[in-house]
Ligand binder design. Structure first.
Ligand code: FES
Length: 88
């Protein structure tokens, strides 16, 4: 079964600028989603090099979330789960 993929940037800038709470995302997932979602960490994804974008960064099935927080990621995941979009 294909899963929804969440990629959390664990690069220094994202971590320092608010991403430190993101690794706890796994514990915040509703029970029913645990089998549907795959959470990965990634070294710097390069977005922080674009001064116009706001870290920390997370991708949900390739969709970029700026200024990511646990609640923003959960909202985005909810949308993806509702629409059944998954990474190809
Ligand atoms: S440190 Fe996160 S995109 Fe560069």
């Amino acid at each position: 079964m294909k899963k929804h993929t969440v990629v959390i940037c664990t690069g220094t800038l994202c971590h320092v600028l608010g991403g430190s709470e993101l690794p706890s995302l796994g514990q915040s997932l509703p029970e029913a989603w645990r089998d549907l979602v795959n959470i990965k960490g990634s070294p710097c994804m390069g977005y922080c090099k674009d001064g116009a974008m706001q870290p920390p960064f997370v991708e949900v099935n390739g969709e970029l979330i700026q200024e990511a927080s646990v609640s923003k990621v959960l909202d985005c995941l909810e949308k993806h789960i509702a629409h059944g979009t998954k990474e190809k």
